[in-house]
Design a binder for this molecule. Structure first.
Ligand SMILES: C[S@@+](CC[C@H](N)C(=O)[O-])C[C@H]1O[C@@H](n2cnc3c(N)ncnc32)[C@H](O)[C@@H]1O
Length: 334
């Protein structure tokens, strides 16, 4: 039998994992608060347990869901332009990392990063994805940080004042899940996190024909419906509730006044659900508001960046004007 050559050593790198346990305390409180209001709602960040993260990946490959493939198309074209705006040996920090498809593209195309921090609320899935990335990019130091990016926290090497230049990355138009007030607060917070002069690459979905939007959030395979309903399964499991998910239906509508897609779970009957020792009543046709996805113009998104104190330097779109990617300089607006 042939022996393997001595120098053929296979080293599998893993990511460092830091768990700030972002949902431990807040989940029950947030769910009870959301279902107690006059208009019921649930925070969309709680869609993402391990099953929710996998369902989101499935949404991304449905024919109707144009944002993912369109943003990937834009990122694939702008690598060398981005590289010109980013110093060597920078650190890339991604907010809401998901399955890492887009960051792989950026790491390969830009070739300026020697460390990467993936931030996501979905801890189990984050750890798996970050380990795969660390193994595929052995030259890059990978840290997975399970945290809620809408709250204040510190980066792992925050006390290294002479640390690397930083670049934030926030793809997927995930920023659209925040109201404009929430987006400005988020953008200001990441200004403190990344530091003045850092780069920021962010994807924003654009306003367009309502038919394209409605189809994207009502895919014919029903994956978005399963993703929306997953939050009820999660509440049942983690809060010992007795939702019957089949008694709710997925609804996605365009709200022209607020320029956003909205997802709701609509009660199909009069029903009472027991949750964390309390009863919650749902009238027939009553809706639980589960997600907003705000849509922008390129100009409007630039103004949002400026309102948070950042300087938009460049924006790119696809030939059909469906989606946009922006590069901004942190903390140096006018
Ligand atoms: C719309 S998906 C986008 C995933 C990926 N970045 C992409 O572009 O395809 C949103 C991602 O952000 C994460 N996420 C949502 N809310 C979050 C929060 N408040 N803090 C941290 N991560 C969050 C989710 O777990 C999910 O991976």
């Amino acid at each position: 039998m042939n022996k393997p050559p001595k120098n053929d050593v296979f080293v599998q790198r893993t990511a460092s994992f830091i768990d700030l346990q972002p949902t431990n305390e807040s989940f029950e409180e947030a769910i009870i608060c959301g279902l107690s209001g006059e208009k019921k709602s649930l925070p969309s960040k709680f869609f993402y347990d391990a099953r929710g993260s996998r369902l989101f990946d499935e949404i991304c490959v449905t024919p109707e869901y144009y944002p993912t493939r369109t943003e990937i198309g834009i990122l694939a074209k702008i690598g060398s332009e981005l590289a010109n705006m980013i110093p060597e040996r920078s650190q890339l920090i991604e907010f809401g990392a998901g399955n890492s498809t887009k960051v792989r593209l950026v790491l390969r195309a830009v070739q300026r990063f020697d460390s990467y921090v993936a931030i996501d609320i979905s801890g189990e899935y984050l750890q798996k994805v970050a380990n795969e990335l660390a193994s595929d990019f052995p030259e890059i130091k990978v840290t997975a940080l399970c945290a809620d990016y809408t709250r204040l926290f510190e980066l792992p090497d925050a006390d290294h004042h002479d640390g690397p230049a930083r670049v934030g990355f926030f793809p997927g138009s995930t920023i659209g899940n925040l109201t404009s007030e929430g987006a400005i607060t988020f953008l200001r917070n990441i200004g403190h996190l990344l530091g003045d002069g850092a780069g920021f690459i962010v994807g924003a979905d654009l306003l367009k024909d309502e038919k394209i939007l409605l189809a994207a959030y009502n895919d014919s395979l029903g994956v978005t419906a399963a993703f929306n309903l997953n939050i009820l399964h999660r509440i049942n499991r983690e809060l010992e509730a007795n939702f019957v998910p089949e008694y709710f239906s997925h609804t996605a509508i365009f709200n022209p006044e607020k320029e956003r897609m909205e997802m709701h779970l609509t009660s199909l009957r009069d029903q009472t659900v027991r949750l964390a020792g309390r009863d919650f009543h749902f009238a027939k046709d009553e809706a639980i508001h589960t997600e907003n996805s705000h849509k922008y113009t390129i100009k409007g998104f630039g103004e949002l960046l400026e309102a948070a104190g950042h300087k938009p330097l460049k924006a790119w779109t696809d030939p059909e004007g469906l989606f946009s990617v922006h590069f901004a300089r942190i903390g140096v607006a006018g």
